[in-house]
Design a protein around this ligand. Sequence first.
Ligand SMILES: C[S@@+](CC[C@H](N)C(=O)[O-])C[C@H]1O[C@@H](n2cnc3c(N)ncnc32)[C@H](O)[C@@H]1O
Length: 503
Amino acid sequence: MQYRTDIEYIASFNARQAPPVMNYAAALAGFDPIDLSRPFRYCDLGCGPGLTLLTLAAAFPQAEFVGVDFNSNHIRMAQARAEATGLKNVKLIHSNFTELKERNLPQFHFIAISGTLSWLADAPRDAVLDFMGSNLVEGGLAYLHYMVMPGHVIQPPLCRLASDYYNQLEGEPEEKVLLTKEFLKGFLNTQKRYFEVSPTAKDFLQNMINSTTSLFLHDYLSNVRKAYYFADMNQLLEQRGLRYAGSAEPFYNHLQLVVPMESRELFRGVRERASVEAIKDYICVTGGRTDVFCKTNRSAGNEKPLESVLVVALPGQDQNQVINFSGMAVRLNVDPMATVLRLLQTPSTLEKLYQHPELSAYPRHEIRKALTYAVAARRVIPIATPPTPVTTISAYNRDALSQVVTTAPDLLPSVTLASPVMGSGHCISWVDAVMLWSIVNYGAEASQKALEIMQKRNLALKVQTKDEKELTPQETMRLAIQNSVRQFNVLLPFMGISPHLAV
Ligand SMILES: C[S@@+](CC[C@H](N)C(=O)[O-])C[C@H]1O[C@@H](n2cnc3c(N)ncnc32)[C@H](O)[C@@H]1O
């Protein structure tokens, strides 16, 4: 067995594989981004139950989305949700990656594989990489998430321990997982010597113990669980005509931000981008990589592509004025950063910032640095299109919210809404989704409906009042709904998600 199909994988939304994020990584490296205002094709390999695929399809109605998975339940679940929400731009393909060639799929502008590559044996892995080589348009972008060495080095012995224990048990998988977790807890609490030799293994073991049953089986107990050295993955892709563009995690693209001062000397004389990346993985000791590759035979390096990328500052951010990275701290309240952040409250591009009178005293490279560091600090995000006033909630987002009526928060900790502006999904907590669902559907009676849903789950809200007065559940919920309306009225229309919510 190379990958389980007997237990469904619990879905989560992966914003790193959203087209604007992949475009940003490519443009930062000097590759042309894909034009998101035009029709394009996107393929998600190992789409699972389709949360990421369908959310992106809802965010880009003019584009075509194809999901491939060999678990028929996943394909059925994704298909059912696509139909229920009226998505016409999604095609689901039940196939093993090893049979991709026979599926006669078209050329794509984006191909993504997330949470899957490291769990594939060599044959399906090669089939995936071949597909990227053959089915990406010239200039097309690939997203690959995989586990990486040396950060992964502590994991195999603990997965092996869990696997061996699990395999000698009898009973149903869920029951065996619980017993294996008990065993691991015992190990964690008693084995001082093991964790002296391998101190970071403790965090990993704790994550294993805290994971859901589905994740535990799919991730930690998989027969194949392979970490790659970046240099090897890079070579496999170069052999197929793809070049490394950058990380979908923007901060990871800036050596200055992630490499502490005392380690920078190690890069002296290292010229190749691939060699820089390989050494960086040893310094940052990350467990996984989220790489973006471009199908091209031309070298990157041109500064132009980044200038046309549309970006915007996120509203409602915390007030922290300094963001600490492992390499250096970024101050947000000194110019040109402070001005760039203020100007980006309305969507703009680097090209426009270069022309802006308020920034005329600064050289271009400083404005570029401010913008890219603001993105690295997640204060600014790349987006697909400027916001326009939205007056209706889409069928997809209405359906996404309605899940809170039937599903408890432990099974649905967050709800993902599709945002055509962000060209991505925006996740809100179960409680926020209860509020929004009630407001959208019940207007003036929203607080009554929200209270009913919360009470069904034995949950209650607490609101602090100035005079410390005890509030009834009804009064509390009315206040909570008013707060939510204020919060959503600022945030969601900006993201192109919701109608104006005056209740
Ligand atoms: C861990 S899930 C990742 C789901 C989703 N991409 C995400 O990031 O949440 C891996 C998915 O890949 C699928 N898969 C694994 N091996 C496969 C293969 N050889 N061919 C097709 N699908 C495969 C599994 O069925 C599963 O849905």
